[in-house]
Structure formats: structure tokens, C-alpha cells
Write a protein that binds this ligand. Structure first.
Ligand SMILES: *Cc1c(COP(=O)(O)O)cnc(C)c1O
Length: 503
């Protein structure tokens, strides 16, 4: 069956790579170009899902072309939806095509970027430097590409934990947390859940998360933070870190970073800024000022796979103190540490000394290629476009009194809910209505929204991180929402509110 003495062809020859590769390029081009004519989303049919999970492990391999057929026939037919111009769910962008192509080339060189003296290491260092410059972070800071904002938070809080324990004379890496003082993390209710996961994983326990009160715009109250820190420090607790958010995932709210940085500096507490979604907006004139103080963070998370449109996964963590980062992770004892050998095999200090991963993917290339291609001015224009589309949607909602818009609207997120006159004041009925509208829109295929809970109420939510979205697309999604509201309230009857559970 296999020509080469029974071995399957492993390293294909140039012509075979070209033939199969060009077919993949055709599939990519068709997929991207055909998406707008497809539904924004359609669930995988149950029969197909069952067939997929039950398919037998192949014993005899199949031809390249049969493998590639399923790219088009299965994978491409049921995408997540985020490549589509009318998809505004969660924080999921369409991929920058340059990043798609970069991903294939990164896999081609197949580098482990633990360290060494190969191009991938220097590309990662270069793009980390670019990200620092873009965000106003000092050049001496260290950073890493990680899988996303969640790993960024875990990495940052692990360093913060090491530093906080060291201040108490404790080497948390060797003795663990058994004898530590009580460590506490400060964040608002709007802070992303990944911070809670990190705190749980780091052995601090979610019971030690202190929820800092927010103002009416859902931004941390720096005065309240100050009081909480004063209280807890006086009581003998050790603040692990304050998490401030530069663009919350619910409403895009930007915490008052400068005031929070002042409070943290006064108490000597680590400031982690979660800019996973919002940090790139520092490139736009209207958000430059509110985001300027992200440069004061001890650690800063940004997700190129969100508002820089880099294909998933691409997260970045920056840590102001390179030595703290290394102390928290390196297994090379301090007396053996070197700055590497930039002329030799070893290259600069290995990335694996600064984080948890050893073998690391070449995530940096797709971000490097995208930044190189668009430049900061190109990105500024793309971000402005997304913000303009969000403002356009907000304007449509403002003009229609059957809807309530969450204000202040921020960044490229728009939260709203249908509030038809006959249901006003009836919260269970409003929630039931908006839930059914969401379901209708998501399954209708005309557009895609997600939802959130603000102030205990259910809201529809659009997040435009999507340069493919044009005004007629936003209009079409709005009309789909209006139609879904009409359908759910036909004849002026309220939809059946879900029965409140007793107790
Ligand atoms: C998405 C997001 C995260 C989590 O990042 P992942 O890349 O999903 O791990 C954290 N914080 C904010 C504000 C986010 O938008």
C-alpha cells in the first residue's frame, strides 16, 4: 500500500506539498469569501455531532484529499460564527488573514519556543517589545505569549503571590501556602472570572476575594478600595493584588486606573490590569486618556486574539519586574543564572524560566505578522471602525423606545434589552422576553448576539470586534432583534415568564 518499503510518505515532496497546500489555500479563500452569504451561526446537527464523536480510530490511513474534504464539508460548514460580518457575540473577532497564513508557517518551522537561538525566540522578543511600546510599558519589563487572558492572569497572580509571600519572609515555592498569612485579592464584581479561577488554583481560595464596590458606571471606586486595603492590612492580612479592568467583558467599563494605581502605590500592593479586551483601544484618540495609566501596572494582560484580530490563541502577559517573574518560575538556581549566550546555541535567557510552560508554541508569529502588516495606524483605524459600528447600534436602540440601552456605553460593547410598554415593571416577564429574543436571533442565523447580567437583570449584548461588520450588517442585526421581539410579543401578550423557584 505504501510505496516506501511499507512506510507512509512522511516528508512529502515539493509537488505534493504544493498540490495539497494550494487546495487548502482554495478552501481558506472560499470559506472567508462565502461566509457573509451563510447563516451567522447554525448548531452542529445532532446526527453529525454523534457521528463525529463515535467515528472509529482510523487503522489504515486515508488519502490527503479525503482528509481535506472534511475541512470543507464538516469544519467549514459549522463554524463558531465569529468570522461573519453579523456576529457580535462575547469577544470573538474574525481572524486577520495574515495571521491565518502566519499560523501555517509557524507550524512549518514547528519551533518550541522554550528558548534557544532560533528566529522564533527573537520574533517573540521583538513583538513583546512592540506590545510594550504600544501600551506605554517600560522596555525592561518581561513578557510572554500565553494562551489568553486566563493564563495571563494565572501567570501574573503567581508572580504577585511570590512577591507578597517574599515580603513576609516566606518562599512560597518551597514551603507552599500552609503557613502564609491570609492573602487577599481585590476586584470588582465586574472583574473577569478567570481571576477567580487563578486565585482558586493558586491556593488562595475564592473566599479571600474581596469585592470592591463599583460606581453607577460599574467602575471600581478607588476610595472604597483604599478603605478596604487599610482595614485588611491593619487586621494583619496580606493583599496579594488588586485587579483593575481596562474594558470589562460585560459593558466595556474602564476602571479609574490612575487613581487605583495611586492607592496601590500608597499601600505597596501589586496592581494587575486586565486589558484582555480593551487595552488595544489605547491606540484610539477617545480612549487614549482613560487607558494611559495601564502603563502603571505591575502586570498587564492583553489578548491579541480579541481586539487585534489575531487567530486564537494569542494572549500576552507583561510583568514590570523581570526579576520577580523569573524568581517565581525559574528552576535555575540564582547562582547559576546567566543572561544567556546570544551568540551561541543557548540564545537569550529562556522563556521557560519566566512561566509555567516548557515546550511553547510559536504563538508570536501571527501577532508579529499582523502588527507588521497593519501597523499601529492601521489598527487604530480598525478599532475606530468597530467603535463606530457599536455607536451606530446604540443610536438605533436609543431612537426606538421599545428598547433600553445600558449607559454609559463604552468601547465597542452595547448592552440593551427589549422593554415593550405593556411589560414595563414586570421583571420576570422582561427577562423571559429577552431570553426568547436572544434564542430566536442566535438560531435564526441573521446575526449573533450574546447576553449578560447587569444589576441582576438580563441584557442582550453586542461586542463589535469585527472589521467585516458594515453599517447594513448592524442594521440587519437590529432588524432581526426587532422581528424577534414582535414574534415573542405577538398580539401584545407577554411570553410565559419562567416560574420563580420558591425559596
Ligand atoms: C476574554 C477575557 C478574559 C479571559 O481571557 P481568555 O483569553 O478567554 O483566557 C479576561 N478578561 C477579560 C476582560 C476578557 O475580556
Amino acid at each position: 500500500m505504501h510505496a516506501d518499503g511499507g512506510l507512509p510518505a512522511f516528508a512529502w515532496d515539493r509537488d505534493e506539498i504544493r498540490r495539497a497546500g494550494y487546495r487548502v489555500v482554495d478552501l481558506i479563500a472560499d470559506h472567508i469569501a462565502d461566509l457573509p452569504a451563510q447563516p451567522a451561526f447554525r448548531p452542529v446537527p445532532t446526527a453529525l455531532a454523534t457521528a463525529l464523536v463515535e467515528a472509529a480510530l482510523p487503522r489504515d490511513g486515508m488519502s490527503v484529499d479525503l482528509v481535506l474534504d472534511s475541512f470543507a464539508n464538516v469544519v467549514g460548514k459549522h463554524p463558531f460564527g465569529n468570522g461573519h460580518p453579523r456576529y457580535y457575540g462575547w469577544v470573538n473577532s474574525p481572524p486577520a488573514i495574515i495571521g491565518v497564513l502566519a499560523e501555517a508557517f509557524a507550524a512549518t518551522v514547528n519551533a518550541s519556543v522554550a528558548g534557544g537561538n532560533h528566529a522564533a525566540v527573537w520574533i517573540e522578543r521583538q513583538v513583546l517589545d512592540w506590545v510594550k511600546q504600544m501600551l506605554g510599558f517600560p522596555r525592561e519589563a518581561m513578557g510572554l505569549f500565553v494562551s489568553g487572558g486566563s493564563m495571563a492572569a494565572l501567570t501574573a497572580l503567581a508572580v504577585a503571590r511570590h512577591v507578597a509571600c517574599a515580603k513576609n519572609g516566606l518562599d512560597v515555592r518551597s514551603v507552599g501556602l500552609q503557613s502564609a498569612t491570609r492573602l487577599r485579592l481585590y476586584k470588582s464584581a465586574e472583574g473577569h472570572g478567570c481571576n477567580q479561577k487563578a486565585v482558586e488554583l493558586l491556593g488562595i481560595g475564592s473566599a479571600n476575594i474581596v469585592t470592591v464596590p463599583s460606581d453607577a458606571a460599574l467602575r471600581i471606586r478607588a476610595d472604597a478600595l483604599d478603605e478596604l486595603l487599610t482595614r485588611d492590612i491593619a487586621a494583619g492580612d496580606t493583599p496579594l493584588a488588586v485587579v483593575a479592568t481596562a474594558g470589562t467583558v460585560n459593558t466595556g467599563a474602564i476602571d479609574p486606573l490612575d487613581s487605583i494605581a495611586d492607592v496601590c502605590a500608597r499601600h505597596g500592593v501589586w496592581l494587575h490590569v486586565d486589558g484582555a479586551y480593551g487595552a488595544p483601544a489605547i491606540l484610539t484618540p477617545q480612549y487614549q486618556a482613560p487607558l494611559a495609566a495601564i502603563s502603571r501596572a505591575d502586570s498587564l494582560a492583553i489578548d491579541p486574539h480579541k481586539w487585534l484580530y489575531v487567530p486564537v490563541d494569542a494572549g500576552v502577559i507583561l510583568i514590570r519586574s523581570a526579576s520577580a517573574m523569573r524568581d517565581a518560575f525559574s528552576l535555575v538556581p540564582p547562582y547559576l543564572r546567566t543572561d544567556g549566550n546570544v551568540a551561541g546555541v543557548q540564545g537569550p535567557t529562556w522563556f521557560s524560566e519566566y512561566g509555567f510552560e516548557q515546550t511553547r508554541p510559536f504563538r508570536a508569529l501571527k501577532t508579529w505578522a499582523s502588527l507588521a502588516h497593519f501597523g499601529t495606524s492601521g489598527y487604530a483605524a480598525l478599532l475606530q471602525h468597530d467603535i463606530a459600528m457599536a455607536l451606530h447600534l446604540a443610536e438605533l436602540l436609543r431612537k426606538d423606545d421599545a428598547f433600553q440601552l445600558w449607559e454609559p456605553q463604552s468601547l465597542s460593547i452595547v448592552c440593551f434589552r427589549a422593554v415593550p410598554r405593556h411589560l414595563r415593571g414586570n421583571e420576570p416577564a422582561l427577562e423571559a422576553l429577552n431570553r426568547s429574543v436572544l434564542n430566536e436571533v442566535q438560531l435564526g442565523g441573521e446575526g449573533f448576539l450574546s447576553s449578560t447580567v447587569i444589576d441582576g437583570k438580563f441584557w442582550l449584548r453586542a461586542c463589535v470586534v469585527n472589521p467585516r461588520a458594515k453599517e447594513p450588517d448592524v442594521d440587519a442585526v437590529f432588524h432581526a432583534v426587532q422581528a424577534a421581539v414582535r414574534k415573542a410579543t405577538v398580539g401584545g401578550h407577554s411570553p410565559h415568564p419562567s416560574r420563580p423557584t420558591p425559596g
